[in-house]
Design a protein around this ligand. Structure first.
Ligand code: AP5
Length: 190
């Protein structure tokens, strides 16, 4: 199984590149942000709770996210593998994912970490906010999302670096150029 953690700060292109990777590798896309937004639109108890955190750019508590991921993984009977997009986002989530995959006789193959500078992240997210009205793409929330990323999420890099699974990828350039870099990294996996 090919299990990829697609990692990076808000606006680094995780969702955009996931779509291309699904097509090429036949993987299942597990985006915790997408699942949470779906829960919000369906007004489920999880959605109602998550909305309060997401509107401020804060992380939804680990236990809620973890329960949601377990349900999503268990829906798939014979997957080729997963793209984990936006998960894990804390070291606790990373440890949990390792246990969960070990129980299923599999593991993370690689963490692909998109590298994009702060000015470009803000530019992309403000533009999307104007185009789509996504409620957390507003300047003060964007700034908090980036701060939360640097404080709580970036340390997850060391978790995968210690397992020699961390691969940084330049996330600047055209969508195709970045995708080619990702394909190059996946091609080198043993
Ligand atoms: P989530 O939905 O995961 O949002 P995010 O990580 O902030 O990431 P984005 O979706 O904004 O960006 P992306 O990296 O996917 O980039 P994209 O391809 O969209 O999470 C939202 C919230 O949910 C969190 O803040 C948190 O509250 C909660 N949450 C989610 N997961 C959680 C977890 N595990 N634990 C706790 N809480 C969790 O691209 C962005 C824009 O840039 C797009 O408009 C795109 O068209 C454009 N773009 C993409 N590539 C390029 C390029 N190469 N050049 C120019 N523009 C580009």
């Amino acid at each position: 199984m090919l299990n990829i953690v697609l990692f990076g700060p808000p606006g680094s292109g995780k969702g955009t590149q996931s779509e291309k990777m699904i097509d090429k590798y036949g993987l299942i896309h597990l985006s915790t942000g997408d699942i949470l937004r779906e829960a919000i639109s369906e007004r489920t108890p999880l959605g109602i709770k998550a909305k309060e955190y997401m509107e401020k750019g804060e992380l939804v508590p680990d236990e809620d996210v973890i329960n949601m991921v377990v349900k999503r993984l268990d829906r798939e009977k014979n997957p080729n593998g997963f793209i984990f997009d936006g998960f894990p986002r804390t070291c606790g989530q990373a440890r949990f994912l390792r246990t969960l995959l070990t129980e299923r006789d599999t593991r993370i193959s690689v963490m692909i970490a998109l590298q994009v500078n702060r000015d470009e992240l803000i530019r992309r997210l403000l533009k999307r906010g104007q185009q789509t009205g996504r409620s957390d793409d507003e300047l003060s929330v964007i700034m908090n999302r980036i701060e939360v990323y640097e404080r709580d999420t970036a340390p997850v890099i060391d978790f995968y670096r210690n397992m020699r699974k961390y691969r940084p990828v330049d996330g600047l350039g055209s969508i195709e150029e970045i995708f080619d870099r990702i394909v190059g990294v996946i091609g080198e996996l043993k």
